[in-house]
Design a binder for this molecule. Structure first.
Ligand code: NOJ
Length: 762
């Protein structure tokens, strides 16, 4: 359908409004007035069925994100049974549905089209965990901004992102969708993504931004504690103290809400026995009352129905009652509100006021997106084409991908490879030419064949003069070693070898938990066989979670973590391998040595028996440790190498003593003492040395990604606000206690340069 047709129709409809109003009112008349006037006048005129239709979100024909479910169709829209769709894309198609909703239903309420635009729509950016590794909120915001622009051009109003679940268990496949293990980083990136999707900060800027044709409503998900699924098994139970919930799992949601997120999605898990879709105290009391969230609370896919499976609802009606009562506004896929709430209302188990409140939130979102003003704002097929995978978007994807890569090891400076010296390059491994491994999981409408694979990227970078020997060598999984010989032969002929190893993208993401974290199949053995040839060899990892790669760490000289780097991944990888870009990504999550250490995170408590060395240098037996593994990770949070070196001065605190509640300033001087320009992620950690509640050994309290030329130094100032020094006391009240604090500055969570300051009582 052409935009001009829409415009004409819309114009005709507008011209007809006065006539229609005179004739007694008809569907197409656009409601007038401010938000409350529009919303309340509609609610006043809606039938129960129309109200419940607004709360119903069936899957659309493009949906493929959960168990099979019947897609909602145009007839359902016509009958007023749908308020929003999940997974119905494309300017033409969404507008076909929108026309029916606006022109063929009694009240003409526009539909919302929602989808999972997590790390890109068609221009796929690095998987979220990789974006987190940039430690660059501006880059992450830019990625979200472009994703929103593209998704909106394809008819979407609403994304189910950002995923802000803190995740400390790499067995959980969804660790790939979030920002990793840390609360502070998670909060910063939650804000960046919300701002990027929605286009502005709360207040008039956001109000205006949401009415533009290049913004989408953001969703902070999954509320809450989903990342703490027991044993890393997806959808599993969570059980935790109120303190951990408040200190670790809730803060990124609060940050997203404060950044103006238009919606929040309930999580699949039960928390301390109460499934989140029935968790009134967290949804109503914490999210809505304490934090003032007034947006939409959307269920997860069949989340309402699953209350029956959780065993807290006897049947579907029970489930609908519990969810509505808890504050869930939209019923995604279960179709329980629409079918079962009329009976529950008759029986007095829910009230019309409760239903109205949920409808109000849905209509408010539609109003805020400007859909009552112009339901066809997202309907321009020309704009859709113009805003898809543009060279500018691709360039941005390449830049973010380069920033996301983490150099884990580089012994003997194997990297960067010199383009001038290589006549033959062996490119080995099952992931070297797999488009899907560029775009990863949750790749929106991304297409593997639009992604530049590493093989293509390397070819392009080296040009036709250089011979590339491409050998798979092994499958991602399975024990077939029949390709090893060919890989070894290729390595022998080459001047250098690059191996692409990792996981298939379907091995992380939703419903993709693993009990093992090693490189699947015989990939480690392939790496050893190839390394034995003795050529300069680098491994590039493509994966969505921390892996236990001790074999690689012990035997291979160079390892680059590239995650799933997006449509421009192959080019970005080539940029890094050949030194056109100096890598500076940092791990947003600890890499364990063995799955037995999980959960493993840097901001742990000290315990009463931290590891202590005996006089002879061995570890004292009666300490908190393992017999068969060090406690430390293989690579810590915040870690990543560079092709240059940086030196840190000891941090300088402005106030050696301050009064509780006051802010502190810390200066850190960083110098590039190597011979290449590069970025450094300067990190600041804080420890409350003595407190009434045991505190983590250190916590990230500031970070900045900066660029330094060789020989250049910069002094950065970090501000530590009172809240950075605060913790929850025994009554769970936020407090700053008098006593000493230690500040650490450096390039990882193992930063050693330190300073102390003292906080005195008020
Ligand atoms: C289930 C997932 O948990 C959620 O993250 C996603 O947004 C919905 N499916 C819709 O696709």
């Amino acid at each position: 359908m052409k935009h001009s047709t829409h415009a004409r129709r819309a114009g005709i409809a507008r011209a007809l409004i006065p006539l229609l109003l005179l004739a007694g009112g008809l569907a197409q008349a656009r409601p007038q007035g401010d938000e409350a006037a529009v919303v309340e006048s509609l609610i006043g005129r809606m039938t129960l069925d129309e109200k419940l239709g607004q709360l119903n979100q069936p899957p659309g024909p493009d949906n493929r994100t959960g168990p099979e479910a019947e897609a909602g169709g145009l007839d359902q829209v016509r009958r007023g049974e749908v308020g929003s769709f999940l997974g119905l894309h494309g300017a033409a198609r969404t507008c076909q549905y929108q026309h029916v909703a606006v022109e063929e239903t009694r009240l003409g309420i526009p539909l919302l089209f929602a989808g999972d635009v997590i790390h890109g729509f068609r221009t796929v950016f690095p998987q979220s965990i990789g974006e987190a590794a940039t430690f660059d909120p501006a880059a992450v915001e830019r990625s979200a901004r472009i994703s929103a622009t593209e998704a909106a051009a394809h008819g979407l109003h609403w994304t189910f992102a950002p995923m802000v679940d803190v995740a400390r268990d790499p067995r959980w496949g969804r660790i790939s969708e979030g920002s990793g293990e840390d609360v502070y980083l998670g909060k910063a990136l939650a804000r960046a993504r919300v701002r990027g999707f929605q286009g502005g900060d709360p207040g008039p800027a956001l109000e205006q931004a949401l009415r533009r044709d290049d913004t989408v409503l953001a969703t902070a998900k999954h509320f809450v504690a989903y990342g703490a699924a027991e044993a890393g098994r997806d959808y599993n139970t969570t059980d935790m103290s109120e303190r951990v919930l408040r200190e670790v799992y809730l803060p990124p949601f609060r940050a997203a809400v404060e950044a103006g997120a238009g919606s929040v999605m309930a999580a699949f898990n039960d928390l301390n026995g109460v499934p989140m879709h029935a968790n009134k105290s967290l949804i109503e009391d914490v999210l809505r009352k304490q934090w003032g969230f007034d947006g939409i609370l959307v269920s997860d896919y069949t989340g309402v129905w699953e209350l029956v499976k959780h065993g807290v609802a006897a049947d579907e009606t029970d489930a609908g009652v519990l969810a509505l009562e808890a504050g869930v506004d939209i019923d995604m896929v279960s179709d329980i509100y629409r079918r079962k709430l009329p009976g529950a209302l008759r029986e007095g188990r829910v009230t019309m006021a409760q239903i109205d409140e949920a409808v109000r939130r849905v209509l408010r979102a539609k109003y805020r997106l400007g859909l009552f003003e112009d339901p066809y704002r997202y309907c321009d097929v020309q704009r859709e084409a113009q805003r898809t995978l543009t060279p500018e978007f691709r360039q941005a994807a390449r830049e973010v991908a380069r920033e996301s890569m983490v150099l884990l090891k580089n012994e003997g400076n194997v990297l960067p490879l010199s383009k001038d010296k290589i006549r033959t390059l062996a490119v080995i491994g099952p992931l070297a030419d797999l488009g899907k491994a560029m775009i990863g999981n949750w790749a929106g409408d991304g297409r593997p064949d639009e992604a530049v694979t590493p093989l293509q990227g390397l070819r392009e970078a080296l040009g036709p003069e250089v011979r590339i020997l491409h050998v798979g060598g092994a499958q991602i999984e399975g024990d077939d070693r029949s390709g090893f010989d060919q890989a070894v032969v290729a390595a022998k002929q080459a001047d250098a070898v690059v191996m692409f190893l990792g996981e298939h993208p379907d091995m992380s993401g939703e419903a993709s938990s693993r009990t093992r974290l090693d490189l699947p199949g015989v990939q480690s053995q392939l790496a050893l066989a190839v390394q034995a040839v003795g050529k300069p060899t680098a491994v590039v990892l493509l994966n969505g979670r921390p892996l236990t790669i001790n074999t690689l760490q012990e035997n291979l000289p160079a390892i680059l973590e590239a995650w799933y780097p997006g449509v421009e991944g192959g080019r970005a990888i080539a940029d890094v391998l050949f030194g056109d870009y100096n890598p500076a990504g940092r791990l947003p999550v600890s890499f364990p040595r063995t799955v037995g250490q999980v959960p493993l995170y840097y901001d742990h408590k000290n315990t009463g028996r931290p590891i202590r060395l005996n006089a002879n240098g061995t570890e004292e037996k009666y300490t908190s440790r393992y017999l068969d593994s060090p406690n430390t990770p293989l690579y810590p949070f915040g870690y990543g190498l560079s092709y240059t070196q940086f030196r840190y001065s000891a941090p300088k605190v402005k106030h050696p003593t301050l009064v509780a509640g006051q802010a502190q300033q810390v200066e850190v001087t960083v110098s590039n003492i190597g011979s290449r320009a590069g970025d450094e992620v300067v990190q600041l950690y804080l420890r409350d040395d003595v407190a009434s509640i045991s505190r983590p050994v250190r916590q990230l309290r500031g970070f900045r990604r900066i660029h330094l030329e060789p020989g250049q130094s910069r002094t950065l100032t970090f501000v530590l606000e009172a809240e950075d020094m605060a913790f929850l006391d025994a009554n769970l009240k936020s407090t700053v206690e008098p006593g000493t604090f230690t500040v650490f500055a450096g390039g990882s969570s193992e930063a050693e340069q330190e300073a102390k300051f003292e906080v005195s009582a008020k």
